[in-house]
Design a protein around this ligand. Structure first.
Ligand SMILES: [Zn+2]
Length: 118
């Protein structure tokens, strides 16, 4: 008869905070604000010191493998900033859950993590 181990006992995992459960929207990609130079040779943005244009808010994300950038007005950027913040908090929570789960499955199953190649 084959040797059968007792079923592995898994410790309680990480619970998401109620704060995260209240998230209603999350936008993919990143929102960045940049000051920029234009193409006009005698513009104030070429002066010394330069007076750059902006800030411009650029929403960059990947759609079907391609990078897509959309410029938002300051008003739009302010209105949707929380949705970007929500997505970042969710990504951080998933990263934490995955790290904890990996450590737990390795410990529970007695798997050794792969040694780092040097
Ligand atoms: Zn300019």
């Amino acid at each position: 008869m084959p040797c059968r181990k007792n079923p592995a006992k898994v410790p309680p995992g990480v619970r998401l905070s109620e704060d995260l459960a209240g998230i209603d929207y999350a936008l993919p990609g990143t929102l960045t604000r940049r000051y920029m130079r234009c193409g006009k040779p005698k513009c104030r943005c070429k002066a010394n010191p330069p007076v750059l244009h902006g800030p411009y808010s650029h929403w960059t994300r990947t759609v079907a493998g391609k990078t897509v950038t959309k410029t938002l007005t300051e008003e739009q950027a302010g209105r949707y900033q929380a949705w970007f913040d929500n997505a970042r908090r969710l990504r951080e929570a998933i990263t934490q859950l995955e790290a904890t789960s990996l450590r737990t499955i390795e410990n529970t199953e007695g798997w050794q993590p792969k040694p780092e190649a040097d």
